[in-house]
Design a protein around this ligand. Structure first.
Ligand code: 4NP
Length: 160
């Protein structure tokens, strides 16, 4: 086992709705296990639509209801070198995953998986809540909160 921090990135399309929630929920699980120093946690979007923006107010609100503050996050675009940089690249849906894989230049460090490969939810994709109502954000929170807890258990079992 090396002492290099494990690098984990959550990726969606805009990096304003789903992946900021996944980043926030995973950070909270890591902190509750006392492992914050062992991880570098980030999120990104495959598009440049919202680069530099805060998370969507509806994501900020649902996270805050669960005592997680994601308002310090800013959207950035996922880049090819992230595949060399990160150990775990976690996509919210299959479209994100194929956009990420299209940036691969061959040799890479990252394992690229779907977030909902973790746990035992029936759906494999985190639905995009952007054009829906606030209830969609509660559903996304529930999915990402459970799945990031399972993800952390898997990473711990693989590395610690
Ligand atoms: P996200 O949601 O990928 O979960 O951040 C979206 C945000 C913005 C757009 C689409 C999805 N958009 O088309 O602008």
């Amino acid at each position: 086992m090396s002492n290099r921090p494990l690098k984990v990135a959550f990726v969606c399309l805009g990096n304003i709705c789903r992946s900021p929630l996944a980043e926030g929920a995973f950070r909270a699980h890591v902190a509750s296990q006392g492992l914050s120093k062992r991880f570098l946690i980030d999120s990104a979007g495959t598009s440049s639509y919202h680069v530099g923006e805060l998370p969507d107010q509806r994501s900020i609100a649902v996270a805050a209801r669960h005592d997680v503050d994601i308002s310090g996050q800013r959207s950035r675009q996922f880049v090819s070198s992230d595949l060399q940089e990160f150990d775990y690249v976690i996509a919210m849906d299959r479209s994100n995953q194929s956009n990420i894989n299209a940036l691969s230049s061959g040799e890479q460090r990252a394992e690229v998986t779907l977030l909902l490969d973790e746990g035992d939810t029936r759906t494999r994709e985190v639905p995009d809540p952007y054009y829906g109502g606030p209830g969609g954000f509660d559903h996304v929170w529930q999915l990402v909160n459970e799945a990031t807890e399972s993800l952390l258990q898997r990473i711990i079992s693989e590395h610690m």
